[in-house]
Design a protein around this ligand. Sequence first.
Ligand code: GLN
Length: 487
Amino acid sequence: MLELLKKSAMEQYKALKNKEVTAVELTQGALDRIKSIDEKLGAFNSLTEEIALKTAKKADEKIAKGEELPLLAGVPLALKDNMNLIGSKTTASSKILENFVSPYNATATQKLLDNLIPIVGKANLDEFAMGSSNENSAFKKVHNPWNLNKVPGGSSGGSAASVASCEAALALGSDTGGSIRLPASFCGIVGMKPTYGKVSRYGLIAFASSLDQIGPFARTVEDAAALLEVISGYDYHDSTSLKLPVENYRESLNNDIKGKKIGLVKELIGEGLSDDVKKAIQNAVDTYKSLGAEVVEISLPNIKHSIGIYYILATAECSSNLARFDGVRYGHRTADASNLLELYCKSRAEGFGPEVKRRIMLGTYALSSGYYDAYYKKALQMRRVVYEDFLKAFEKVDALIAPTCPNTAFDLGSKTEDPLAMYLTDIATIGANLAGIPAISVPAGFDKDGMPIGLQIMSPQLTEKALFNFAYKFEQEHDYYKQLANI
Ligand code: GLN
């Protein structure tokens, strides 16, 4: 069974269609693996065994009847625990939602269920998706499957660790400033953030609504492309969702990229980059050249401001999004309040963790009268400037490449006391969120300690097809993606 669990999602899907295994067996295999190793990893907040097996059974019935099997049906998937799934708790790894049971399905979740994809459990994350190491979970830390003393990256650390350790073939994450791409790179797998508006955010617990996007995790580019096909599409329930047809990303994966132009982002390969990451990026440049693409250096002069912009906009948006957790309608309510104000204050003080409180305070400050123009409005203007840097770059090149992160996974606990150092981890990923463009992280080698390195590829809005094509071509030139964590 382990052999099968180690295969890609598309291979598992084929094995199901060829009746080499049943969906119930495969799903049970994934659940058994989680039960045997997840104590070491901490990737799951809860298992949704019944839901998974029920879905798998439906897939098996279809196979038995000889009916056409929906894409990825029967292939086990981990769902980040900030997306609603009826019959499961959706905690966002926060004490304030510890006992919150999903009242409805997120649209992305519903699409998984419609395609008969068994959801095996709810994956751990940084509380409300705020963090880069998954150490901000109120419940437990996630360990990196490649080295249990290291972080898996965040905020979708559980999603990434579960796929990297073959507890699931696929996972969904959410990416506000890098939360899919960063853990994908730290865990040696593929993680993709679509164009803003491609995937409905209905039923995703909002962090920063102008940046949040749901996206796929997988061990191969093809799997990630297939999963995006399943979850994307227009949704009436999300006003930012785009009215565009669902594309087939897989058909153009292997297109020739000869003559295409790729820009290496100058600002992201300089200072602060570890030697091993630098070498891996050089290797990627060489790979693309050998495939006939032209690689040039491109400047994004304002990308250096992206962290500053992000930490004003994201905190401002989260301070208003999280206002709904007041002890009245959702989640934890304090046991001893003598009046309404006390009920609000104590419920929130008891329910939110330190990083979430820090963000709410920063955001409320940035939005307060007198500071709104100086901080929030300025940050909005600068977001536009960063976006225009990307537009100018894409006049010259078809895609941009950069490291996903300047360094590989760091030791657990090594940055928890220094929020600024933690925030800087996202220097290379935030730009794509500010600009709303699609971006992907693909395995690009290992550092001297054997920890995975991620190559990030970014492309203009709504050019997912080209993005997957660039990613696939790179992936197929190396066997990095074939190497799995030994756990
Ligand atoms: N690490 C960033 C943060 O802490 C991004 C998180 C995310 O993308 N959800 O906000």
